[in-house]
Design a protein. Structure first.
Length: 169
């Protein structure tokens, strides 16, 4: 358990980190930061949103109708969410778009990917250690149960005569 569990955690964390770093590179090439101009606030009220790809980003985000230029230079318009406090018409807010100019989530950064991989490795290590310990406890339980069964049989054979005078024991 002392050697195998950390090794499993290290391998899992390394593989996860490699996969996440590929994802980070892909997201950074496929998403672009751009400035959008607020046209008006969207009808829905502000709400708390957590970006699923960036767990450290937990801010109040506001939906606004905005216009922006896509990476190919075409004008776009639509509803976007922003964490900027200034959302009056005409205000500029930073948004992320995909290659087609549609609003997208901010790309994950490398440090967030490393943190996710480390947590995955830690989880795998704890799971491996837990499985080894559960297996050990199962084996010990079966051994103790077998020993108790043998003791009960031996007691059944010797017990009734034990301690009585002239019983032949």
């Amino acid at each position: 358990m002392v050697l195998a569990a950390p090794a499993v955690g290290w391998v899992c964390g390394s593989l996860t980190d490699d996969a996440l770093q590929k994802s980070v590179r892909a997201q950074q090439t496929q998403r672009h930061a751009t400035t959008a101009v607020v046209v008006r606030r969207a009808p829905e009220a502000p709400h708390l949103m957590a970006d699923p790809e960036v767990s450290s980003e937990r801010t109040t985000q506001t939906s606004v109708m905005a216009r922006w230029k896509a990476p190919d230079g075409t004008n776009r318009r639509g509803t976007v969410t922003t964490s900027c406090r200034e959302t009056d018409p005409g205000a500029e807010v930073e948004i992320w778009t995909d290659l087609d100019g549609r609003p997208a989530l901010r790309p994950m950064d490398a440090s967030t990917a490393h943190a996710h991989a480390a947590l995955a490795g830690l989880g795998a290590m704890l799971l491996a250690a837990g499985l080894v310990e559960a297996g050990r406890r199962l084996i010990v339980w079966r051994m103790v149960r077998g020993r108790c069964t043998r003791i009960d049989r031996a007691w059944a054979n010797a017990g009734p005569d034990w301690g009585r005078t002239g019983a032949g024991s």
